[in-house]
Design a protein around this ligand. Structure first.
Ligand code: G1P
Ligand code: ZN
Length: 571
């Protein structure tokens, strides 16, 4: 039997959620009452009827300190009056699977869910932890709600928590008895399998028998890298157990609290083993490489897709999936594709497909939460970001494994009755570019600027808007602002766009997920028409003709301001 106690606390001033939840160093989370304050602030931002007696879902990517945060969240949630806890087995569940789990609760019975993840950021005692809260539609709460939580966190004076040192089991169901106003309330903790529900959902959304025909081909070689994150269990359940992919083709599929010291980030910098196996940097042209390579990030909402010696840029992936949507049951199960959306820095490749197909294409600020309203309102079926995120209306988060299944479906469809040479990812992309032209794309990140340097860069970028317009005929420039067509909220200052007449762009924005210092992201997007060179090297293209990296340095003066000679990371 537990009692509820009220604990006096003092506010922290830095509990503002960024692009995706509250991400901080573990050390920050270890401060007295830090987690308690934040969880209570989420409850304080809702009306009691929103959570009292309702179900609270809890899951996470298994990173260091998740167990501590989960135990506290159960105690605070129950003390605040939630009626039931649905906890992922051992606390482990991917972000997309949590979104699905929340959406699977009976209508009106779920408050929402906490997801303990810092996504692709490294984990461990000296690295990052994160907390996200998703509402009863399975989506990360919108900007307005984020601000309410932040305001609540600045005013907090007390939190409610169960007065017990008990550790609740995470691998079997249990019950908590709470004594309250002389009566006893029983709160059940249900345990939800990490993978079962998600795998069943994928079986409904995709034609697994069709995909199996692809895996039956002798000339189709598939590899996957779980980067020691939470995607591993899903990869084993689907790729190995259902499609029969040999175990040795699935690398790093056991989730580790520190991701084995890796950045669990599927990109050209951090997915090094996969890069090498796919020979993306063309180091050994004599080597036979797999036909399909894929990886997901720490919480399995991101994806990377490789063909032999090639990366499918996430912007191109979104465009190609849109172009082939008719072949994918998940996208057309409820009728034709509605509309599509991309984040502002994602290339215009998908816009060209949408235009040809007569689809509405929305441009939203960076961050998955901005797609939520468009999905809920039935305006779009498919959406994506340049940062290796792709997803659809089946849940309200991006979904790494789902995106890989889309690509496997496209390949299976293209090779349906094909007994000849495999029609692979390179053939599919080349056909795409011949039709729409190619948007060569890459991103430079300058990490760890101090506040003063960041302010100076912003000032320079504002000044350069007018200069840019005079530099070439047809040039345009603006600070991106988004007017949500559904709830009419306005999000200002979402990045600087310098645009050419043909759609090519240089974009700047400040990261909203870095746990320390300011990170400037510079996005280069150069459009080449179908009759141009479609098979060049991305790095060469962005520097040839108008040298985009050089122009970016001029527009921002970032090298002088921050004392740099180049970016920290190129992806
Ligand atoms: C980054 C990505 C963004 C993504 C977010 C969460 O945010 O750029 O597209 O939604 O991580 O995964 P940023 O650090 O740029 O604010
Ligand atoms: Zn992620």
């Amino acid at each position: 039997m537990s009692k509820i106690k009220e604990v006096q606390t003092k506010p922290y001033t830095d509990q503002k959620m960024g692009t995706s939840g509250l991400r901080k160093k573990v050390k920050v989370y270890q401060q007295e009452n830090y987690i308690e304050n934040f969880i209570q602030s989420v409850f304080d931002s809702y009306k009691p009827e929103d959570y009292k007696g309702k179900t609270l879902v809890i899951g996470g990517d298994g990173r260091f300190y998740n167990d501590v945060a989960i135990q506290l969240t159960i105690k605070i949630g129950v003390a605040n009056g939630v009626g039931k806890i649905v906890l992922a087995e051992n606390g482990l569940m991917s972000t997309p699977a949590v979104s699905l789990l929340i959406r699977s609760q009976p209508k009106g019975e779920c408050y929402g869910g906490f997801i303990f993840t810092a996504s692709h950021n490294p984990g461990g005692p000296n690295e990052d932890m994160g907390i996200k809260f998703n509402g009863d539609n399975g989506a990360a709460i919108p900007e307005g709600k984020n601000n309410e939580v932040f305001e609540a966190s600045k005013k907090i004076t007390k939190y409610l928590i169960l007065d017990t040192n008990e550790k609740f089991p995470m691998d079997k169901p249990s019950e908590i008895k709470v004594e309250e106003n002389g009566t006893v309330r029983t709160v059940k903790i249900e345990i939800e399998s990490t993978t079962k529900r998600y795998v069943e959902e994928m079986q409904k959304l995709f034609d697994f028998d069709l995909i199996k025909t692809l895996f039956k081909r002798d000339d189709f070689h598939f590899i996957f890298d779980g980067l020691n994150g939470i995607s591993g269990p899903y990869a084993i359940a689907i790729f190995q157990d259902i499609f029969g992919v040999p175990k040795e083709n699935l690398d790093k599929c056991k989730p580790l609290p520190d991701f084995g010291g890796l950045h669990p980030d599927p990109n050209l910098v951090h997915a090094k083993d996969l890069d090498a196996k796919m020979d993306v940097f063309k180091k050994d042209l004599s080597k036979k490489v797999p036909d399909f390579g894929a990886a997901c990030d720490g919480d399995a909402d991101r994806n990377i897709i490789f063909g032999p010696r090639m990366l499918v840029s996430p912007s191109d992936s979104l465009a190609a999936i849109t172009n082939n949507a008719d072949l994918i049951k998940s996208l057309t199960r409820n009728g034709p594709l509605k509309g599509v959306a991309r984040s502002m820095p994602t290339s215009g490749a998908v816009d060209r497909v949408a235009k040809k197909k007569g689809l509405q294409c929305y441009e939203v600020p960076t961050g998955w939460k901005f797609f939520g309203n468009l999905l809920d309102d039935g305006r779009i079926t498919l959406c994506g970001e340049e940062s290796f995120g792709t997803g659809s209306d089946h849940i309200r988060e991006k979904d790494g494994v789902w995106a890989i299944l889309c690509w496997l479906t496209i390949l299976a469809q293209k090779n349906k009755d094909n007994k000849g040479k495999l029609i692979g990812i390179p053939e599919i992309m080349q056909e795409h570019w011949k039709c729409y032209g190619r948007d060569y794309y890459c991103r430079y990140d300058y990490e760890d600027l101090n506040n003063e340097q960041a302010a100076k860069v912003k000032e320079n970028l504002n000044k350069s808007l007018e200069t840019w317009k005079t530099m070439k005929e047809g040039n345009e420039a603006c600070v991106f602002e988004y007017n949500d067509p559904v709830d009419h909220s306005v999000s200002k200052n979402q990045g600087w766009i310098y645009k050419y007449k043909n759609g090519s762009r240089i974009i700047f924005r400040f990261s909203g997920t870095s746990s320390a210092g300011a990170t400037v992201r510079i996005y280069f997007e150069k459009h080449v028409d179908p009759d141009g060179n479609l098979l060049a090297d991305v790095a060469d293209v962005v520097k040839s003709g108008d040298n985009f990296p050089e122009l970016a340095v001029k527009l921002s003066d970032i090298h002088n301001v921050a004392g740099r000679t180049g970016p920290t990371v190129i992806t």
